[in-house]
Design a protein around this ligand. Structure first.
Ligand code: AP5
Ligand code: MG
Length: 216
């Protein structure tokens, strides 16, 4: 099955996508991670998109559609994708639909992880990422310790777009451009709302039980 995790910045899309991908043998497609990787590797694309990301604006649709096409065409990932934070506007949602059709696939379900603005800001401003193992923590809500993380402290970083000014821009971009997609998926009757304000494990339990019921 192919699923989408939808939600505002800091909703917990990446946190949930990692667990779901691991336990359901899906391939995570995080356009945010793919774009940050381009920036980290100083590629031509990375240089082009850095200021957009650092200002909380969307990267252009042609770049995103190209990234998705490159993944969808790979038979290794056939019908086992979990989209994290993509599509981000109606153009991307429609293009994704066309690409899925082209490769004989579809979206089974879209999980809308619902979290309010106050929680989002706290989550984003507390986020710490380990650049060595890729794990995400939160200094306020999900702290790291000797039992859950073993890499050297030098690898712990904050994201360049995780600051109080940019998170407001990211949230506004989400409301203006991303939220309207919900209606598109609601009409297809594949939208499922999830309360994203609880504990990470409880949210995972809810999403995974729905996925298990779809498999059987
Ligand atoms: P992207 O990387 O997708 O960022 P985002 O949508 O802003 O979402 P985040 O990654 O900030 O949040 P998340 O929902 O993954 O939360 P997480 O699990 O980390 O995009 C970044 C930028 O790239 C965009 O602004 C745009 O410029 C560009 N971009 C990306 N895709 C694009 C596209 N398709 N089109 C155009 N441009 C695109 O959790 C956050 C924190 O909270 C963590 O610290 C975590 O530990 C903690 N946490 C998570 N869940 C809980 C919980 N239940 N309780 C307590 N703490 C929790
Ligand atoms: Mg994320």
């Amino acid at each position: 099955m192919n699923i989408i995790l939808f939600g505002p910045p800091g909703a917990g899309k990446g946190t949930q996508a990692d667990q779901i991908a691991k336990n359901f043998n899906l391939h995570k497609v995080s356009t945010g991670d793919l774009l940050r990787n381009e920036i980290k590797n100083d590629t031509e694309l990375g240089i082009k998109i850095k200021s957009k990301i650092d200002n909380g604006k969307l990267v252009s649709d042609d770049i995103i559609i190209n990234l998705i096409d490159n993944i969808l065409c790979n038979k290794k990932y056939f019908n086992r994708l979990i989209f994290d934070g993509c599509p981000r506007n109606l153009i991307q949602a429609r293009e994704l639909n066309l690409l899925l059709k082209k490769y004989g696939q579809k979206i089974t379900l879209v999980f809308n992880i619902d979290v309010n603005k106050e929680i989002i800001i706290k989550r984003v401003l507390g986020r710490i990422v380990c650049t060595n193992c890729g794990i995400t923590f939160n200094k306020f809500l999900d702290p790291l310790n000797m039992n859950n993380h073993h890499c050297d402290k030098k690898y712990l970083k904050t994201r360049s777009d995780d600051n109080s000014d940019v998170i407001i821009n990211r949230f506004e971009t989400y409301v203006a451009q991303t939220l309207p997609i919900l209606e598109y998926y609601s009409k297809q009757k594949i939208l499922k709302k999830i309360d994203g304000t609880g504990q990470i494990n409880d949210i995972y339990a809810e999403i995974s039980s729905i996925m298990v019921s779809l498999e059987t």
